[in-house]
Design a protein around this ligand. Sequence first.
Ligand code: IMP
Ligand code: MG
Length: 185
Amino acid sequence: MQYNDDIERVLIDKETILKRVKELGAEITRTYEGKELLVVGVLKGGFIFMADLVREIRCKLQLDFISVSSYGNSTESSGIVRIIKDIETNIANKHVLLVEDLIDTGLTLSHLKQLLYTRKPASIKICTMFDKPSRRKINLEVDFIGLEVPDYFIVGYGLDYSESYRNLPEVCVLKPEVYRKKCEQ
Ligand code: IMP
Ligand code: MG
């Protein structure tokens, strides 16, 4: 099948991801014990991680989503963050947990955090499933980190390349020619 042919190798398998999500859920439960929580998923990439994560958090919580675009169709951050869909919840005096698929330069989350702080929440913390600390362009405090990943462009578990491959259950690296093909189009 064409789809599987695009994959060079699996970098992180399903079991490793889900085991770490469970641990993160327990950590978050301990942090927010006795508090009410608003979990804000960063679309689109964060949706699969968020669905798994909230089922491991044993606190009373509400959900909302925000959609931002920082990449266009390239594999490099443009540094320009555009809000495509805002949250619908009034976050004043609420404990907000931002849930992201991957933090790379940090520009997207840093911008989002600043924006949400202007709405006077009780607190804002950040949870990311994957982290590429070597790529950071800005100092950003990340409160919960699933797994550190090397500086490869990865897909799967919500992460896309040009809007495809989000549904892969594991994290994979694509063959170089897949990226090249797209650039030549
Ligand atoms: P940042 O603003 O550079 O931190 O970019 C963060 C966003 O870029 C993440 O939410 C991802 O959706 C996307 N991104 C960064 N690296 C990758 C990657 O290796 N694969 C897929 N998406 C990525
Ligand atoms: Mg993202």
